[in-house]
Ligand binder design. Structure first.
Ligand SMILES: NC(=O)C1=CN([C@@H]2O[C@H](COP(=O)(O)OP(=O)(O)OC[C@H]3O[C@@H](n4cnc5c(N)ncnc54)[C@H](OP(=O)(O)O)[C@@H]3O)[C@@H](O)[C@H]2O)C=CC1
Ligand SMILES: CC(=O)[C@H](N)C(=O)O
Length: 264
């Protein structure tokens, strides 16, 4: 049976900083046990000790570089076999310096592995295990740039559009299997992602930037409200509903046996 309550044990990727660390803290405050995943073991250990002390929850640390096939596969196996994991927060992500013309192709490849391949493999594993149990929750961190890739240079926006599409089709597939799927589309959120990639958040208008605690609290509230997609900044969800309705209304006319008259 699907539930609007996050409960049990959550595996959070990218838990050493920013949105992931904040999810960890806010979920611990709700009494969830945690598995914290990232590369920086020292930061994860410190966070785990703090959360266990502050909230009395069990916190495990898994050091993993999700761009490395063997480490991603190990985590995937964990999701397939550990029936105590009831929530997956697919959060680890990065952006890169530059656009399509001047970015380092190796960095773009790493970004695609982290932002696209890792959430795909992990959500597939979680979906399989959770559907078999008839319960669970998968939360995928996309971004508003999935909707407006023109406003962020390079392939980052395309990786987030992928996460949005993955989330929408996964939610459809799991709709009757007791597993909740939520996509979160934050706008600019104050975290380390900008300095990690040479972007200067301070150069942007402060009214465009949300504090990370507010963003995560809104995302969790959206889950509890039963939302499939949560846009923490968007004042009126009717705007998104209108966009989505127009998109879906095209459906019956998008694949037809004849080319459209304008192409004849
Ligand atoms: N901040 C923003 O404005 C927005 C962010 N998002 C998305 O939110 C998510 C979290 O980003 P945010 O908190 O801002 O960024 P941060 O840079 O603060 O956090 C990124 C997290 O991902 C982890 N990570 C990075 N590379 C790897 C890797 N190779 N393997 C495993 N873990 C890795 C980092 O830990 P470590 O270095 O220890 O591995 C860190 O815990 C991302 O998916 C991002 O795209 C979406 C919209 C807006
Ligand atoms: C993290 C980013 O840099 C991006 N602007 C986003 O909103 O996802």
């Amino acid at each position: 049976m699907t539930t609007n309550t996050l409960q049990g044990k959550a595996l959070v990727t990218g838990a050493s900083s920013g949105i992931g660390a904040t999810y960890a803290r806010q979920l611990a405050a709700k009494g969830l046990d945690l598995v914290l995943v990232a590369r920086d073991q020292a930061r994860l250990d410190t966070l785990a000790q703090t959360l266990a002390a502050d909230f009395g929850v069990a916190v495990e640390v898994v050091k993993a570089d999700l761009t490395q096939a063997a480490e991603l596969q190990a985590l995937e196996q964990r999701l397939l076999t550990d029936s105590s994991i009831s929530v997956l927060i697919n959060n680890a992500g990065m952006t890169v310096e530059g656009g399509y013309v001047d970015a380092d192709p190796a960095r773009v490849e790493a970004m695609i592995q982290l932002n696209v391949l890792a959430p795909t493999r992990l959500s597939m594993a979680a979906a399989k295990a959770m559907a078999a149990r008839g319960q669970g929750a998968i939360v995928n961190l996309a971004s508003v740039v999935a909707l407006i890739p023109e406003q962020f240079a390079g392939a980052y926006g395309a990786t987030k559009a992928f996460v949005l599409g993955l989330t929408q089709s996964l939610a459809t597939e799991l709709a009757d299997k007791g597993v909740r799927v939520q996509g979160v589309l934050p706008g600019l959120t104050r975290t380390e992602i900008f300095e990690r990639s040479g972007h200067d958040l301070a150069a942007l208008p402060p009214e465009w930037v949300m504090e990370v605690e507010d963003m995560v609290a809104a995302a969790i509230k959206g889950f509890e409200m039963g939302e499939g997609l949560t846009l923490p900044s968007l004042p009126d969800m009717a705007d998104f509903a209108a966009y989505d309705k127009a998109r879906l209304a095209m459906g019956p006319r998008l694949s037809l046996s004849n080319p459209a008259p304008r192409y004849r």
